[in-house]
Ligand binder design. Structure first.
Ligand SMILES: *Cc1c(COP(=O)(O)O)cnc(C)c1O
Length: 372
């Protein structure tokens, strides 16, 4: 039986092997193993690519989020206990960043159609203590609407974008005050280990996070903050730069795959994701369908029996994780919980060809359709 892997990183990285070896070799021979020109080159590229003033390479996407929040704290724009609104259906890292920075995560349901944070849900959760919102560009789709924009302006809220899944999506880093990017290997531009970055147009914030990521020092042996060690590894920076020229192409291929799925899937039990009006505002980190009537596990098993691997992003939302039982169990998030029970991510990377996708759609269309 033919197998359709969900994601095989060796296949995804295979076209870049020569360039990756050369990049790693360059760093090995350089004698410079922390910071330096490789990290600077990546930061310069990010600025020009995202059309943004400042970029700071850091160790992970989680650290990027946390450092942005810590940065606003040292600048006096956030303080201990302030509330940060975040969608309940996000990856746990968004919420961890908020609680690790000593702030209070206020979880809200996403919009049912976009599966993203909406102005309507922000409005319902606003209190005097709300100081920031964290739109998560989940599955690669930019999370932003008119009402969010209005509320943010009216209430003077800081906007920290979790863009871990959305590098290359039109507008990331510019809808908000600062954005966190992840180069985790499975992301749209993956390193071969951990990596992350902060992009922002705010010069003061960029300076603060750069210092915070390096023991809080603004120059050698001079510590202005009680900082962290969250620097980007130059080997990872070099490896990312060996692949980055293809990012738009790779995102284009993801769009093509998403469109094909949405065109070919024709099964009343399977709901395909909404296509945004502006196609450049979605980079399809995941293609996530919804399965009706508690048939999700049966659907996944049916696909697996036919060779198709799937995944769930995410089966257990943060407020249902053991580490948050005490702190966040008061939140009632019916949409988040319904989504967690119904969503299935289908293969969408370069290791799934367009003809594979057509075959997967044939299999999907046979699910529970007797007589076919
Ligand atoms: C991957 C991811 C993160 C964390 O990035 P890491 O580099 O793995 O730390 C944060 N938020 C979201 C939505 C993610 O998908």
């Amino acid at each position: 039986m033919k197998r359709y892997p969900f994601l095989d990183l060796a296949t995804v990285n295979a076209p870049y092997m020569d360039a990756l070896r050369e990049a790693a070799d360059r760093v090995l021979c350089s004698g410079r193993y922390i910071g330096g020109s490789e990290v600077e080159a990546l930061e310069r590229w990010l600025c020009s690519y995202a059309g943004i003033g400042y970029a700071v390479g850091v160790s992970t996407g989680l650290d990027a989020l946390r450092l942005i929040l810590e940065g606003y704290k040292v600048l006096g724009r956030l303080s201990e206990g302030d509330e940060v609104i975040v969608p309940g259906n996000t990856y746990v890292a968004s919420v961890l960043a908020i609680s690790q920075a000593g702030l209070r995560p206020v979880l809200v349901d996403p919009d049912e159609t976009t599966m993203n944070l909406s102005g309507a849900s922000i409005r319902n959760a606003l209190t005097e203590k709300t100081k920031a919102v964290m739109p998560v560009h989940l599955y690669g789709r930019v999370a932003w609407d008119e009402e969010t924009s209005t509320l943010v302006r009216e209430h003077g809220l800081i906007v920290v974008e979790d863009a871990a899944q959305a590098i290359g999506a039109e507008g990331i880093g510019r809808v908000g005050d600062a954005a966190a990017i992840s180069f985790y290997p499975t992301k749209n531009l993956g390193a071969l280990g951990d990596g992350g970055a902060i992009v922002t147009d705010d010069c003061e914030l960029a300076k603060a996070v750069r210092a915070l990521a390096n023991y809080g020092s603004d120059r050698r042996y001079h510590n202005i903050y009680k900082g962290f060690n969250c620097r980007l590894d130059p080997i990872q920076a070099a490896l990312i730069m060996a692949k980055n020229h293809d990012l738009d192409l790779a995102n284009g291929r993801r769009r093509e795959r998403a469109k094909l799925y949405s065109t070919l899937i024709d099964n009343a039990l399977i709901r395909t994701p909404e296509m945004p009006a502006d196609e450049l505002s979605h980079v399809w980190h995941q293609y996530v369908v919804r399965v009706a009537d508690a048939l999700r596990d049966e659907f996944r098993q049916f696909l697996l029996d036919n060779g198709v691997e799937t995944d769930i992003h995410y089966a257990v939302p943060p407020h249902r994780q053991p580490c948050y039982y005490n702190e966040l169990s008061e939140f009632r998030l019916p949409t988040t919980e319904r989504l967690a029970d119904e969503i299935v991510s289908l293969p969408i990377s370069d290791c799934t060809s367009l003809s594979d996708i057509a075959e997967i759609c044939d299999i999907i269309n046979r699910f529970r359709q007797s007589g076919l």
